[in-house]
Design a protein around this ligand. Sequence first.
Ligand code: CA
Length: 400
Amino acid sequence: MLSRRAVLAAGLCCPGAGHAKEAARADDRFRAFIAALRPDAAARGVSPQTFDAAFRGIVAPDAAVLARTRRQSEFVRPVWDYLVGAASAGRITRGRARAAALAQTIQAIEGRYAVPGPVILAIWGVESDFGASAGDVPTIRALATLAEAGHRGTLFRDELLAALTILQRGDVAPERMSGSWAGAMGQVQFLPSTYLAHAVDFDGDGHRDIWTSAPDSLASIAAYLKDLGWDPALSWGYEVRLPEGFDLARYTGDLASFSERGVRRTDGGSLPTRGRASLFLPGGRTAPAFLITGNFEVIRGYNTSDSYALAVGHLADRLGGGPPLATSWPTASGLDGPGLRKLQAGLASAGFYDGPTDGRAGPKLREAVRRYQISAGLPADGYATSGLLAHVEGRPAPKP
Ligand code: CA
């Protein structure tokens, strides 16, 4: 059979045939990739029937998914920009309404997993706006596209095999398995491997349904946080006010020691007398200051971003009836992705940083910035600015 595609592929006609030929080759590679997956899927117990049903009608990569991998922004939004959107007034209102409607379910989930309802709700809110926007990209095709392209090594190939395992277990029909372009599924945005390890059937219908069941979604979030090590005795953290002359170089310690040093919660509540915390100044010295506990790191286990963890923590506080932040955010922003990469390189060559040069802020870079600031006699707020980059690179500080 000589199809139109084959004619194009052979370069037998038409202007632009070279492009079509390349597209056809890409489709051939994609189909060969799927065929080569079959024995690995079988080894995991995926039947030929499940395999064929999963890939029915999938004959070419998803161009929109590939476009998204190329569009990953270099620009890093300031923490507060993300926070304002993630914990907007509308989302707080919607979340409180959902909390009221699901009060009994949430109480039962809290009882079983010992994770606070507002934290579970906050993650549900940030991931899918409480189930309203779970994403409608077909998961199998998205994962196959990313896997065949070799995006992030073999990660997506492994996730694709995990997704096939989920289909084999009958938790969801292939056409209902959907989510984000990057393979995160349903209302809780679990990758398939996370689903296999942590998702639960809370409503008792025999299926772990993170696509349409609110009880399963909420309980799956709670189970994951519990498995990541959520400490029920502690909050995620607190917005705090630092006393005049507070020594920023001593930024970790017992919560009790922070109390002794004059650190106070901005909402007037008292700090716990047990547990450890560290000071987090995501906008520098003059911006909101937080004491964060190990539970902040647990939230980062769900999604490894400071902005995400802070947004979830703050949204949880608001859903639980807490006030808005007491301190204003600065107008000057921190470094963007390329700036952070330069800073990582500079701190690495000065011997303060041994992490990846990936342009991402996080605990490791913050720690390096603080150690640099301490050694240079600067206030140790751990905040990466263009002024700090200039200091590290031995240049005069840029004008604001
Ligand atoms: Ca269920």
